[in-house]
Design a protein around this ligand. Sequence first.
Ligand SMILES: NC(=O)c1ccc[n+]([C@@H]2O[C@H](COP(=O)([O-])OP(=O)(O)OC[C@H]3O[C@@H](n4cnc5c(N)ncnc54)[C@H](OP(=O)(O)O)[C@@H]3O)[C@@H](O)[C@H]2O)c1
Length: 210
Amino acid sequence: MNTLLIGATGGIGQALARHLAGRASRLWLSGRNGQILAGLARDLSALAVPAELGHELEVQALAEEVGPLDLLLYAAGAVQKAGVREQNLADLERLTTANLTGLALLLKYARFNPQARVAVLGVYPDLVSVPGLSAYVATKLGAEGLVNVARKEFRREGVRFCLVRLPAVATDLWAPLGGAPKTALHPEVAAVRILEGVLAEPMADMLEIR
Ligand SMILES: NC(=O)c1ccc[n+]([C@@H]2O[C@H](COP(=O)([O-])OP(=O)(O)OC[C@H]3O[C@@H](n4cnc5c(N)ncnc54)[C@H](OP(=O)(O)O)[C@@H]3O)[C@@H](O)[C@H]2O)c1
């Protein structure tokens, strides 16, 4: 199973990487933090492929290096807290890149083996449609729309898509929001539940993690 994990340096990504190691015949780990990425790849006998998702040429080179995939897991993301009238363009672009553009570029360049799976980490819209999170919810739901269309376009290639809805998970994603709620799932628990669903046969179009 040739597997590419995007956002492997993140809280959920690192947990997913640990649980994928040994299951994937070839595991490619991508992120920006070179130190975390190299350490993780070394510990898990995986391959580190750093890439900035906002740079089209880097994403194209990444897709070419990893070759035809059996599993693509998209676990990159970013959040900020700002009211609709307080947005600044740099933050809007940062969130858009991590939550939406990176996925669009990967789907543009990735090649897939027959019956390949693509899983994208998403949100429960009701939980994040709250003041201060407009850019986060808009970009996450944009990615959901992209997945819904890609599912139809890629059907003839035999590629299947799963949108994974997640509740709060205790990671650094929450730092700009003042920390994760006490009820947040541990990333290891989230990773086990995600992989149970994504590796199931058949894989559902949507996975609702509680
Ligand atoms: N945590 C939650 O409560 C929760 C709930 C629902 C959904 N989700 C979704 O789950 C996913 C993972 O979240 P998390 O909590 O693990 O977040 P996290 O710990 O903040 O990790 C975010 C990851 O995204 C990568 N990233 C961000 N911008 C990037 C860019 N421009 N280019 C390349 N990589 C970039 C980071 O790479 P570097 O660190 O190397 O820069 C890191 O690997 C996200 O899509 C998030 O929206 C999370």
